[in-house]
Design a binder for this molecule. Structure first.
Ligand code: HEC
Length: 286
């Protein structure tokens, strides 16, 4: 009997562990690494090939990445995650690649030549936490999403980001926004100041990215879109069972909502309205 409970307990722990590990990997590594193909960085299968039985080696590299592949960009240090979380990610990488064989490409270096700035890029950005994501909505309109607080931070018009300050530097530098910021909010989840916010990664469908996160019991999906050169919408879907309050703390530009009522800088949504609504941000003058 006791044995059964111990096994159940171990299984349960394993599930939580797998979940947290995957979330850490998704939020911090997936922008540049994929399971079995080289993207911005080497595949997980290649990483596991070099670091089999050596998760501590993955942690060491991630704290302070070197330069190994000639044409690859420099990997930004992940030291802000700390060694414990990096070890969780390292074990996750070794686990998901178990039994897979690394086959080097014929001309592995050439593959890195194609690495252009992605449409969605995990980056160290000005005015955002260390888990920032830069996202291009179209050729001219781009936004910064903070995956730590799970919030839209600002939008700009012009070119995407210049990542060289980060890749060239020692990791302390920030990417440069190449254009004019037209709307911006203060730092902090617009939905909740008290409950924990958890980023769950993103998906892409026909060129549009959807970011996923949860706050307490409520799960959120948000798809940002450009409506014009100085206007964006965040199209939200939630499974809220109760009223929701959205308070963006706007610093620049203006905002409105497709549903609910705005009072004293806060939008109040009924549970029904909260299932699907859009927040629109634009420059001061439309
Ligand atoms: C902005 C892109 C980017 C992100 C984000 C990123 N990496 Fe990397 N990573 C790279 C690139 C590029 C290389 C290849 C660098 C080189 O060989 O010079 C690399 C290489 C590696 C290697 C191989 C080291 C070796 O000895 O060959 C490991 C391990 C690694 N990354 C782990 C991680 C982990 C773990 C995370 C998340 C916590 C992560 N990376 C996030 C871009 C990234």
């Amino acid at each position: 009997m006791l044995k059964k409970y111990i096994i159940l307990f171990l299984l349960f722990n394993q599930v939580i562990f797998a979940d947290e590990a995957k979330a850490l990997y998704t939020a911090n590594c997936m922008a540049c690494h994929a399971l079995d193909k080289q993207v911005v960085g080497p595949s997980l299968v290649e990483i596991a090939h070099y670091y089999k039985e050596n998760p501590a080696g993955i942690v060491r590299w991630s704290m302070n990445p070197g330069t190994k592949r000639k044409l690859a960009i420099r990997m930004p240090p992940m030291s802000h995650l700390g060694k414990d979380k990096l070890l969780t990610v390292a074990n996750y990488i070794l686990k998901v690649t178990k039994g897979m064989k690394y086959k080097p490409a014929k001309e592995p270096e050439d593959l890195y030549k194609k690495t252009a700035p992605a449409k969605l890029q995990r980056m160290f950005m000005p005015d955002a936490g260390p888990a920032a994501i830069a996202m291009s909505l179209n050729k001219n309109v781009h936004i910064c999403w903070d995956a730590g607080t799970c919030q839209f931070r600002y939008a700009w018009n012009g070119k995407f980001i210049d990542q060289w300050p980060v890749w060239r530097g020692n990791g302390n530098a920030l990417a440069k926004v190449q254009g004019e910021v037209f709307t911006k909010v203060g730092q902090g989840s617009p939905f909740s100041q008290t409950e924990e916010v958890n980023f769950k990664g993103y998906s892409e469908k026909s060129g549009k990215f959807t970011l996923k996160f949860s706050i307490g019991e409520v799960t959120f999906e948000v798809t940002p879109q450009a409506l014009s050169s100085q206007k964006i919408s965040l199209d939200f879907k939630t499974n809220a069972q109760k009223n929701l309050v959205y308070k963006p703390g706007i610093l620049q530009g203006q905002w409105s909502s497709s549903k609910g009522k705005i009072l004293d800088g806060a939008l109040r949504l009924s549970a029904e309205d909260a299932q699907s609504f859009s927040i629109i941000y634009s420059a001061e003058k439309n």
